[in-house]
Design a protein around this ligand. Sequence first.
Ligand SMILES: [Zn+2]
Length: 196
Amino acid sequence: MAHIEDSFKAALYRITCPDSATLGNYFLGFLPDEAAVSIQDHLAICPLCTEEIAQLEAFLVETAVSPQPSTAERIKIWIAKRIPTGGQSRGGLGTPAFAIRGDDTGPLMYEAGDAQLSLEVQDDPEHPGRKAILGLVLGIETASVMVQLFFKEGEVGTAVSLDDLGNFTFTGLEAGKYELTLTGLDIEIQVQDLFI
Ligand SMILES: [Zn+2]
């Protein structure tokens, strides 16, 4: 009985819960004060979101660059280089699994150290006039990778985590110039001057 009550409670909580991206933004201090306060209020009553924040925190502690990297290897920073995409890609990197539309431009392809990155920019069906980015990264450990997107003109950012297969999605984006950063346990990949 207690179990049933628990899962019922869980379902109830989740209806009013902010999504993971919003929680991530809250945690990183990206939200405007007003929005942050409402998340704070929600956290006070929601064990599930509190747990999610705790996981984010644990992740950041794990990935934090120590001020004295004595023996630990420094984090590798890779600047992504755009690869021209005419026809097939030599690296064998496919398009994201969910990119099934017959788009004529195709994804933007990047090489960054050992990693290959594909970014597909498209219209966001849920937000008219806005854009969405469907991304896929291969060649790195996908666990505990956070993807951050900074809108250069507005100096605002948003963050999502990478799924097990290396996929990530940003939606509701204004057109303009962005910078994308993938941060893992020992790597950071930067895509500078991303125009969408
Ligand atoms: Zn919640």
